[in-house]
Design a protein around this ligand. Structure first.
Ligand code: K7E
Ligand code: CUA
Ligand code: CA
Length: 609
């Protein structure tokens, strides 16, 4: 049963009619039993979570999966899980990490830790083509194609450990993607130097070419770099640093009252690249970004900052310090003067409101309000940016920028509002990605799900409307309007975009390498038997020739540890050694036809004489 009403225009005329009818009935009943103010509030927060059978969600959510190594796709407002996209993990359903191409991309690594997922942009809003995600565990960045929602590129970030904050260029379009290294190491980390002296370690802000997925350059800085952001003009990128102390222990990292928001000047970086003002380290152009180089400025931000987010009007960067109860508002239009030396970096700070304990990440409604997650208070705090600026300028006037607080359950990390990382922030939904669910769901043992809570932010007050359990451990997400993604998403692959696509079944032997080309058409594979000799190296190339949407086939070789799925018109390839003699049934794992169980063939491995 729905509890909250729909915004007009989002649904069909029938939906609106019935909603209006029900609303008026409930309104009549409600008037008689509740006081006037709460009725006003209920009318203002009118979003609902229900998506009826057969209806579709209004937003795609791309959510990182933390140490599961994957990305999830959800729908808002239902919060239904639509897809899991394996990225840095191994997945037996899709065959990610089992097929040749995905194995090559993973390079033998089987673990990942995805934290930040962000989409490709054109003119400050999503263009629906790609998302990028970091792997903190092995310092990698992956790009996921949104037309097929599969990973298509993974690169290793050199000289970096704890590759963490990631952000694509927002304007005029995404040509660069930046990624920060959270852990400092010696630049040449070869174990030859002195392990004791942490003061010589460096951090890097890495720029990746979004199109080629090659490293453009790295900016070397003295501190660690945590979260990342880019502006709305293609001029700057941002990174918080909580270890300005250059410490190696937690107490050393907490020594100073202020750390930094580091701002990188893209014109200066481009000029350095053009002039050759860099050294080359292991083939990478390394630009010096220390203070005084003109490449970066260091804005002092209260103790151990974490998140940095840019307001949708492009005017402000908001950073908050985990152990300071404040958010710092930085005016982006003052940065040019700071780079020119006309003002001090600290003069770019235009507000520092007190908002609550353990502020981490901030999101926006496009109406001038910011919403910051408070880890320690277990709250989302809504505050007005202009009010915070006014109070900073005229502290004597008193008052608070805080507009509302919402208790969440429990211990929120990231929070994200719909379209909030674009100029089209629409202020409807907010997701609170809570690390701890405790008692909110049926007990499933000591290791419990996280809790993704959906909040209606369309009214003056925030309203919690849904709890959704999540498998470990979503860190961040973006909420993208459906119309920006859906038109790009394909029903089937371009079969011949893959040069390996199989049109004719064949077995080809070349020495002890056997290549098997196989078609799959419900409910048959193109051959009934494939015979090889024990010890042969065998490559199976399988193409799904069925064009019907959603008619995917599986390909599993019994006892050989091989299992993958092939979507309509998709081709996948797997290479292995036929080391076990005998008869092994290859079968379709994905229920495709009434005769799905009969969709199989024999893999005959002749024993060595
Ligand atoms: Cu706050 Cu890695 Cu974005 Cu997690 S980080 S919460
Ligand atoms: Cu093909 Cu089941
Ligand atoms: Ca610090």
């Amino acid at each position: 049963m729905s509890r909250y009403w729909l915004p007009k225009g989002l649904r069909s005329w029938r939906g609106i009619f019935f909603t209006a009818l029900t609303a008026s009935i409930v309104a009549v009943v409600t008037v008689s039993i509740v006081s006037f103010p709460s009725l006003v509030e209920a009318k203002k927060n009118k979003l609902r979570t229900e998506v009826k059978p057969g209806e579709l969600d209004d937003y795609y959510v791309f959510e990182s999966g933390g140490h599961s190594g994957e990305i999830r796709v959800l729908g808002v407002p239902s919060m239904r899980l639509l897809k899991r996209i394996p990225v840095f993990n191994i997945d037996s359903a899709s065959g990610w990490g089992i097929t040749d191409k995905s194995k090559a991309m993973l390079g033998g690594l089987m673990v990942g830790d995805t934290h930040h997922v962000h989409g490709s942009y054109k003119d400050g809003t999503y263009d629906g083509k790609y998302v990028w995600v970091n792997d903190k565990a092995n310092s990698r960045v992956a790009r996921i194609r949104l037309d097929v929602m599969e990973t298509d590129s993974i690169i290793k970030i050199p000289h970096a450990q704890g590759a963490h904050g990631i952000f694509p260029q927002r304007y005029p379009q995404t040509d660069w993607v930046v990624i920060n290294s959270e852990f400092r190491t010696p630049l040449e980390n070869n174990g030859k130097g002195n392990f004791e002296d942490a003061s010589t370690y460096e951090g890097v802000h890495t720029i990746i070419d979004a199109h080629t997925m090659k490293i453009v350059c790295q900016i070397q800085v003295p501190c660690n770099l945590d979260l990342a952001a880019t502006d709305y003009q293609g001029k700057y990128s941002f990174a918080t640093s909580y270890n300005s102390e250059g410490g190696a222990t937690i107490s050393q990292m907490l020594a100073k009252d202020r750390d930094w928001l580091v701002v990188f000047n893209w014109d200066a970086i481009k000029a350095a690249l053009k002039k050759g003002s860099y050294k080359v380290v292991d083939g990478v152009k390394m630009i010096d970004g220390h203070a005084g180089t003109g490449i970066a400025i260091y804005i002092p931000i209260p103790k151990n900052p974490h998140g940095v987010n840019i307001s949708p009007d492009g005017k402000y960067a908001v950073a908050s310090g985990k152990v300071s109860p404040t958010a710092s508002v930085i005016a982006i239009d003052k940065l040019a003067d700071a780079f020119a030396g006309k003002i001090q970096p600290k003069d770019c700070i235009v507000a520092e409101p007190q908002i609550g304990l353990g502020p981490l990440h901030t999101t926006f409604d496009g109406r001038g309000n910011a919403y910051t997650s408070l880890f320690i208070d277990s709250q989302i705090v809504k505050w007005n940016i202009q009010k915070a600026i006014d109070l900073y300028q005229h502290p004597k006037e008193g008052g608070t920028a805080v507009v509302d607080r919402l208790d969440i359950h429990y211990q929120v990390g990231h929070t994200m509002a719909s379209m909030a990382e674009t100029k089209d922030a629409d202020g409807k939904f907010l997701i609170s990605l809570n690390k701890i669910s405790k008692d909110r769901f049926l007990n499933v043992g000591p290791f419990k799900p996280d809790n993704d809570q959906l909040v209606d932010i369309s009214g003056k007050k925030m309203k919690l409307i849904l709890d959704e359990p999540a498998y470990a451990e979503p860190h961040d997400c973006i909420i993208v309007r459906r119309d920006l993604v859906e038109p790009h998403v394909k029903q089937r692959f371009d079969m011949d975009a893959n040069p390996d696509a199989v049109h004719k079944n064949s077995i080809e032997r070349n020495g002890n390498h056997v290549t098997v080309r196989l078609t799959a058409n419900a409910p048959v594979y193109g051959m009934q038997d494939v015979e090889v000799n024990q010890g042969d190296e065998v490559t199976f190339i399988v193409t799904n020739q069925d064009e019907i949407p959603d008619l995917s086939h599986g390909f599993c070789i019994s006892d050989y540890g091989i299992n993958f799925v092939i979507a309509p018109f998709q081709t996948k390839k797997v290479t292995f050694t036929a080391d076990k003699p005998g008869i092994y049934w290859i079968y379709c794992t994905n229920f495709c036809h009434a005769l799905h169980l009969e969709m199989r063939l024999r893999f005959l491995v002749k024993a060595k004489a």
